[in-house]
Design a protein around this ligand. Structure first.
Ligand code: PMP
Length: 407
């Protein structure tokens, strides 16, 4: 773990947990790649301009006129009840049957991750996470001094046999595993999806070892080809804590997400939320509630899917055409990301400044591993740039990689 900065004169005063709070590589990179001449395949921001902003603006105006006093007031720590009912309706699209009473509204799924980690993890406890894993989750786990143990994934998602081996070995060492953290559908950063057969196996293994599963599912409704996958939570309501978000299906700036948990855990989460923020924003919650009640949100999600599918196609087509031999990449069926593996011996982290000099940015794989490995990989996102920019970005990237190989 990195130590406190020597230039920070307060460094001797911080709590031990602050040592795990270091800037992610992604944040540092974003500052550099904001220049318009750079094609950024680095960011994971949803394309919110595709929302019908005029209609949303009118809806918000009417809402403030009618319910302004409620919107601008404190709310309950658990979140607005009618919104929680809508959330249950949204989750039913993935086979989840839930009571609004077991849902806690959070400030994005990120706060849900924070609260779940806060109530379960003592310093040194093991959290299992896919290799690679969502960088924001790794940051949260580090801030609570968890010991992240990675379990490999492949094109079919988390590998069940590897999970079983890891659990057996940790049990033999007498280590306490608090939960398995997984993004089963359209994973960030790998773009892969856990197969139906593996879903059953993962649930079975976690039942055998009696560990909880934290299912983080912000991309589940953004599939390009088929109906939504059945969530893990749909098949085990006592073992799975489900995290959801409106960041990708409505708008990330509203900062509305949620956690669905077994009843007793839900009560603890509400207390944790209360001490963290008193209550989530009533303004945002009522905006989301009204949007779900009055706007054609299912059609809007369909439009988002079409938009992202076209961008995914632009990225995969240009990768197929332009990438030099020896590079491999995943073929996402939804979500925002492609995971590219460089030929043996190449290092995506070392190459990043040379790519930026050639006006293309990506996120080196190292940010997605708690142990700092992952040098041979990079995350490419297709969610934000227009298709022609994606093609140009891949063309530039292929050129950079060719130079590295010495072609
Ligand atoms: N989990 C995953 C896998 C994500 O990709 C993200 C956002 N990039 C989040 C959680 C956090 O999302 P939010 O807080 O915006 O809901």
């Amino acid at each position: 773990m990195e130590q406190h900065s020597r230039t920070d004169v307060y460094s001797d005063r911080y709590a031990a947990r602050a040592a795990g709070m270091v800037p992610s590589e992604i944040r540092a990179l974003f500052a550099m790649v904001a220049r318009p001449e750079i094609v950024s395949l680095a960011g994971g921001a949803p394309y919110v301009s595709a929302l019908p902003l005029d209609a949303v603006g009118r809806m918000l105006g009417d809402l403030v006129a009618g319910k302004g006093a409620e919107m601008l007031q404190y709310g309950s720590a658990q979140g607005d009840e009618l919104l929680r009912e809508h959330i249950c309706e949204v989750m039913s699209l993935e086979g989840v049957q839930a009571s609004p009473d077991d849902v806690v509204v959070t400030v994005g799924a990120q706060q849900a991750l924070d609260l779940v980690t806060k109530i379960f993890v003592n310093p040194g406890d093991v959290v299992l996470a896919e290799a690679p894993s969502y960088v924001g989750a790794l940051g949260t786990f580090a801030s609570y001094q968890a010991d992240v143990v990675h379990v490999p994934l492949d094109e079919g998602g988390l590998v069940p046999s590897a999970l079983r081996e890891t659990l057996a070995s940790l049990r033999a060492q007498g280590r306490s595993v608090k939960f398995l953290y997984t993004v089963p559908t359209f994973q960030n950063p790998a773009g892969v999806t856990l197969t139906t057969a593996r879903r059953a196996q993962i649930l079975e293994i976690c039942a055998e070892y009696d560990i909880l599963i934290v299912e983080d599912n912000p991309y589940g409704l953004l599939g390009f080809d088929a109906d939504p996958m059945r969530a893990l939570r749909a098949d085990d309501s006592e073992r799975v804590i489900y995290l959801g978000s409106f960041s990708k299906t409505i708008a990330s700036g509203l900062r509305v997400g949620w956690v669905l948990a077994p009843h007793a855990v839900r009560a603890k989460l509400v207390l944790a939320a209360e001490s963290a923020i008193l209550c989530p924003s009533n303004f945002s919650q009522l905006a989301v509630r009204e949007y779900l009640a009055t706007q054609p949100w299912r059609e809007q999600i369909k439009d988002f899917r079409e938009l992202y599918r076209a961008r995914r196609d632009a990225m995969l087509d240009s990768l197929d055409q332009l990438m030099p031999d020896g590079c491999t990449w995943t073929r996402p069926a939804g979500g925002f990301f492609v995971w590219l593996t460089l030929p043996e011996g190449l290092d995506a982290k070392a190459m990043a400044p040379r790519a930026i000099a050639d006006r293309v940015a990506y996120v080196p794989g190292t940010g997605f591993y708690a142990d700092g490995t992952g040098h041979q990989h990079m995350r490419l996102s297709y969610c934000f740039p227009e298709p022609h920019r994606i093609r140009e970005g891949v063309r530039r990237l292929a050129g950079v990689i060719e130079k590295e190989i010495g072609l």
